[in-house]
Design a protein around this ligand. Structure first.
Ligand code: PEP
Ligand code: MN
Length: 243
């Protein structure tokens, strides 16, 4: 059976109704899961924090595809009841109270690797989710903190290879947060699929330079369409070699 590449894409943040409709309409045929943040973990308090409940409402009204959105607080669990893939962000990978409650309340979770977490800690966090009731945990390598200043975070391809060899979890790579720069997205995405990842996450925005968060790393829907066509070919080649 042909194994489908998991493609999770959409804007960093849900900003307003028009942008979410425009982006969705242009990428829906190429995605498995539509992403968009309503609760944003921002370093600076004055940065855009997301539309919160309104954001969740907008994305669920627009998308016919399963949705992924980040939850940061156990008090928001009810708001996420129509979100098929709840995302736990890098900064919360070891928020054990959140892991327990998300495990109890949701079946499908995307778990991002912490900025300085080991592979062992990453798997241990996923085990929390499973222990408390999650049925599908997708592990997402999104780059870690190292001394390298080549990109925003350093993508740990070996971690993806190891996780795929030694665990049964699906493993995807978020190239956008690792890159932090639109110029690196294509090559990192090619490398992500070539190293055997089960899929990718990419931030897509209809007007990247004016995005309210992560403006430097989001690609346009046209760019995304071209890239996905290429990644499908790489994915076919890799899965053929492995079967
Ligand atoms: C995100 O995917 O929106 C995000 C904030 O990513 P991370 O938790 O990996 O920084
Ligand atoms: Mn982002």
């Amino acid at each position: 059976m042909k194994k489908e590449m998991i493609v999770i894409a959409g804007p960093c943040s849900i900003e307003n109704e028009q942008m979410i409709i425009e982006i969705y309409e242009q990428i829906k045929d190429d995605i498995t899961i539509f992403r968009g943040g309503a609760f944003k973990p921002r370093t600076k308090v004055e940065s855009f924090q997301g539309l919160h409940a309104k954001g969740i409402e907008l994305i669920t009204a627009v998308s016919q595809k399963p949705i992924a959105s980040e939850i940061m607080d156990t008090r928001d669990i009810d708001l996420f009841k129509n979100i098929e893939y709840v995302q736990i962000g890098a900064r919360n990978m070891q928020n054990f109270a959140l892991l327990k409650e998300v495990g109890k309340n949701f079946k499908k979770v995307i778990l991002k690797r912490g900025l300085s977490s080991t592979v062992e800690e990453f798997v241990a966090a996923a085990e929390y989710l499973k222990y408390y009731g999650c049925e599908q945990v997708i592990l997402c390598e999104r780059g870690i903190r190292t001394f390298s200043d080549s990109s925003r975070f350093t993508l740990d391809f070996s971690a993806v290879i190891k996780l795929r060899q030694e665990t049964d979890y699906q493993v995807i790579i978020d190239v956008s947060h690792a890159a932090g720069d639109v110029r690196f997205i294509d090559d990192l995405a090619r490398a992500a699929i070539a190293c055997g990842a089960d899929g990718i996450m990419i931030e897509v925005h209809n007007n990247p330079l004016h995005a309210l968060s992560d403006a430097n790393q989001q690609i346009t829907p046209n760019h995304f369409q071209q890239l996905i066509a290429e990644l499908e070919q790489i994915h076919q080649l890799i899965t053929k070699q492995k079967s």
